[in-house]
Design a protein around this ligand. Structure first.
Ligand code: ADP
Ligand code: MG
Length: 337
């Protein structure tokens, strides 16, 4: 009778829009008490649009957009798509970019018109994780050392380009002209993501992008709570943005400012706290955490990397189905017993 009950479970799963990698997956959901939800693309639509363009004194909006748009044009990140589209709309075909580089969880950089351009979040020397409150992993699993994958032996130093290894982009909140700092704070408090555009080591302006919380996210969080589960919001984005999204959907526990390679360490830290973790995510940067979680759920609207790493796929990308999946597997297991 056991195999039949499991197959019924997976068949019903398909009806609900849940693809289950193997029936044995259902077993691991039984003890889940914590559901970690990635923000961008999971709780929010991930379809971002360029919202504000705030140049520093003496800089025009067009100059700022041309430089930032050129670099973001080479990236597939949702933020990059929004900036590139907004820039193209206002300033036309972007100039060429040389030595483009993606800095995961941070931003992008490259050379445009002979100038060194970085677009992304601020990289204060040292105090980043502390700065955002309860941020990245600080347990025994916390990855030490350099905060970019590859570290000192990474692509940056191999290229041997002096000045491209951090110092150029080391613009912290304290280094922003007051007007930009104020605009940044206001945007983040409203839930928008703000990026600094740093050109030849100088902050040239601020760009903000707006994402929208999925219509079903608040109901999803409520459904998870009804099942007795604790929702946690996990993101590489700034604490203020994360807090605003968390409040909108009813999540109390927020882990923000987490670099892509640290997401898996967050799952391990929750394990160390004795929690059994389901992780819901969509991005390449969620794949390792989805694999490390007791139950990994990928958004069907997300990346192949996430779908491959997960145990379940929520075909339509509706976060409410995460609760359906856990309810279904509990029920299926009850039939078996
Ligand atoms: P999430 O964890 O919410 O899916 P990411 O880890 O992809 O987000 O990115 C974390 C942060 O890094 C973003 O909020 C943004 O500030 C910055 N960032 C990442 N990629 C880019 C990019 N292409 N352009 C500008 N900023 C970026
Ligand atoms: Mg994401």
């Amino acid at each position: 009778a056991t195999p039949t009950a499991l197959l019924v479970g997976t068949g019903r799963g398909a009806q609900l829009g849940i693809l289950i990698k193997g029936p044995e997956v259902l077993e691991s959901t039984r003890r889940v008490d914590t559901v970690v939800l990635d923000k961008t693309g999971t709780v929010t639509t991930g379809r971002m649009t360029l919202h504000e363009v705030v140049p520093a004194d003496g800089v025009t909006e067009d100059e700022l957009l041309r430089l930032a748009g050129a670099v973001e044009n080479a990236s597939e990140h949702p933020i990059a798509r929004a900036v590139a589209a907004g820039a193209a709309e206002r300033t036309g075909t972007p100039p060429a970019v040389e030595r483009f580089e993606n800095v995961p969880g941070r931003g992008v950089r490259g050379r445009v018109d002979g100038r060194e351009v970085f677009v992304g979040r601020e990289t204060p020397s040292g105090g980043e994780r502390q700065a955002a409150g309860r941020t990245g992993p600080d347990g025994p699993d916390r990855p030490g050392g350099p905060d970019r994958p590859g570290g000192p032996e990474g692509p940056d130093s191999r290229r041997g380009a002096a000045g491209r290894d951090g110092a150029r982009d080391a613009v912290g909140p304290g280094d922003l002209p007051a007007r930009l700092a104020t605009a940044k704070e206001a945007a983040e408090a409203a839930g928008r993501t703000a990026m600094t555009v740093v050109v030849d080591g100088r902050p040239l302006g601020l760009l903000t992008v707006a994402d929208t919380v999925k219509e079903t996210s608040a109901a999803a969080v409520a459904a998870l709570r009804e099942l007795g589960l604790t929702p946690v919001l996990l993101t590489g984005d700034h604490q203020a943005v994360a807090g605003s999204v968390a409040r909108a959907v009813g999540i109390d526990e927020v882990i923000a400012g987490v670099l892509p390679e640290e997401k898996v360490a967050v799952v391990r830290r929750l394990h160390a706290e004795g929690r059994t973790v389901a992780m819901v995510g969509d991005g390449v940067n969620d794949a390792a955490a989805l694999a490390a979680a007791d139950l990994g759920l990928a958004m069907g609207t997300g990346t192949d990397a996430a779908i491959e790493a997960a145990d379940l796929t929520l075909v339509r990308g509706d976060p409410r189905v995460a609760a359906d999946a856990i309810r279904l597997s509990r029920r299926t297991l009850r039939i078996i017993k």
